[in-house]
Design a protein around this ligand. Sequence first.
Ligand code: TRP
Ligand code: ZN
Length: 851
Amino acid sequence: MSIKAAKRREDYLPPDFTVDHIDLKIVLAADATSVSAVLQVTRIGSHERPLCLDGEQLTLKSVEVDGIAWTDYQLSETALTINGVPDSFVLSTVVEIAPAHNTSLEGLYLSDGAFCTQCEAEGFRKITYFLDRPDVLSMYDVTITAPQDEYPQLLSNGNKLASGHNDDGTHWVKWQDPHRKPCYLFALVAGDFDLLTDEFTTQSGRVVALELYVDKGKLNRGQHALDSLKRAMRWDEEVFGLEYDLDVYMIVAVDFFNMGAMENKGLNVFNSKFVLADSETATDDDYFNIESVIAHEYFHNWTGNRVTCRDWFQLSLKEGLTVFRDQIFSETFNSPLATRIKQVKVIREHQFAEDAGPMSHPIRPDEVIEMNNFYTVTVYDKGAEVIRMLWTLLTPEGFKRGMRFYFDRHDGQAVTCDDFVNAMQDANDIDLSLFKRWYGQSGTPRISIAQHGDKLTIGQHTPATADQASKQALLIPLQLEMVPSNGQGESVQLTVALKSETQEVLLPVSSGNRVLSVNSGFSAPVIVEQQASLAELGSILSFAKSDFDRWEASQALFKQAMLANMEGDASVINETAQLMAQFITAEQRNLALLSEVLIPPSVESLVAGLEQVNVDALLNSHKAVYKRVAIECAPMLEKLLAALVLRDEYAYTPEQIVQRKALNTLLKLYSQCQDTSDMLTTLFTNADNMTDTLTALQAAQLGNQSTFESLMQQFEERWQDDPLVLDKWFALHATTERPDILARLQLLMEHKQYTLKNPNRIRAILGSFAFYNTAGLHLSDGSGYRFFTDHLLAIDPVNPQVAARIVTPLLSWRKFDSDRQDKIKFHLTRILDNPQISSDLFEKVSKSLAQ
Ligand code: TRP
Ligand code: ZN
């Protein structure tokens, strides 16, 4: 492998040629698939340059221009350059590829015997020679041929035009997609699936066939996904007036997939983890995630497919916007509080860390080596927060007006993030030029507040990041809640549009006897520097109107107690424990809030928020505070738990979801101070759903090792043949704090269900370990780093995308003590010294070492 050259956003040039139409004929065979492509090519502008097509790992068989065999071309590892072509012509190529040997899961590959494709971002070039860039939009005709009995279902984008049988036992199907699309949205699936079908009638009365393809025998696990799809289709019509535009919508669930799912036009391909669910095997969180990913991919049909990206630097154009759309969809059909908390946790735990580390980049990056490395929490989740700020600034009505205008202006085009903001601006008669800085500036802004009577001086400042030395002021809609400190009187909410480094704000009511809750509802993806006192946090926790702000106060309290305890200050811990105990007594009927407030911030989120970390002290302090709070709350916990363990038969209803969540939170807390073995064993044995089963295991994992071991063994016996369920077990083992964790991981990787070819298994064991077992990864003798690095080196040649994703926790080595720094650097250097290193790992590791 050779390392790719970096590409810069500034260097964008429109393509020299475009392809108006492509006719693909694909004859499938595991070792030698033949791909014939007939392209209608047109020169753009007047120039004499040759046609340069992308292509990788293809065996070229023939080239013809306008039906004449062509020899005037050059072939390299990554391109086919055809010289002397006319302004408009037909190019025919034939290539051969080997899907059975494709372990990268990009291009055409085999997943458990079924053929499938993944083309985003730049995988189409592994299927045929093409202009593999999103601003080349073409019409597709696709004919697939394969053995009939092994692959009875042959799928591609659009509508089925014709099909037939051949004498050699193969059959064929021809598909036509009536919409122009970039090649990253091409998809092909061939296999033998069970099929779940339904119908959806659009608001204009068209009937759409819905088809869900799953592994044989898994039909009864598909209903929730199908129901979620119908909810998403209806919601997009009602909220944004957007209707589906084909006669059929297909979803295929596959076991081998690098990410969550892919929005290929009319033919989504999903990681089976985000499709399959029933009460026995899936948790409430799984149900939530399935609904959200199904909606996300569906929403891409407009935000991504009908209007697509001009170039890959614009990825947030479709991802930030589509994540925002799936977020407000989820807030509608689930608890808005729990949903918003999930989102904010992702930002705090992962995005702030990314922005503070060597991979820091704006939501619209400026420089990329491997595009697959930029499907990040910054582009996706910070991108969604940026869209949310527009929603706040423009109001929902203004935002929706902007969306309508965006589609009127840009339907069928490949556009930029600026085009999107311009559409929002032009539809709303507002100047968003300052707001656009969010797209180009990386880093997390810090907000400072100084109060003088009823006047605030609010400052904003973004520290330098690895990629950008100097920063500018941003347009930040900052929401504030003035909470009555003793609970007497109404809260007052205000939104301030910050525009400069410092700004004065006159409070609308007297600040006497009021506490400020700053960045209420997480109105902007910023860090508020002002340290509230324990008493102030106590007031917000008790009296804020916004439940989200009450949760924020609880997290700040836990964090202050944990940090103070590390410094040997025990007074904060006592006061925090008392505030929590008061809270649980006062709010004993508010299970929704209790179940969030009594979860302390994770060790990992604390690490993310600190510039320097003493790992050992932090781990100890985290445990001490958690336990101290548990002791203080114990009598109330006993009382509440007694009521929670007795419940009706399982149902996926809002009431029951809250009860199960509360049981989880309270039982984990209670297990810090009491021997809960009997309770947990009973819960585990009687559980009629996966959520409660996992609650028993998680509480045991934190509290009682022998109970944990015995329940885990029973779980494994029950689920050893179901890899998707077993991933929960792998992850629990991998996140357990124990001295012999590496030996345990080694054993897990010898399990019959483990294979380094399946990304879900790798993520469940090594991903969970690296991201969520801080104690294990950072073992002081460096053995955790060595173990993890050895496996990264083994995964990289098989699946570089996955290797580069899970390397992330090593990149922030600067946070740790100097001994750990040296050890991590040693292992990162080991990765970089590998002559076979992928571009994916190279980009991240080299940046980390250079920083
Ligand atoms: N566009 C997909 C989504 O967010 C992301 C995706 C799926 C992807 N598979 C991928 C990105 C493989 C890169 C590589 O919905
Ligand atoms: Zn997406």
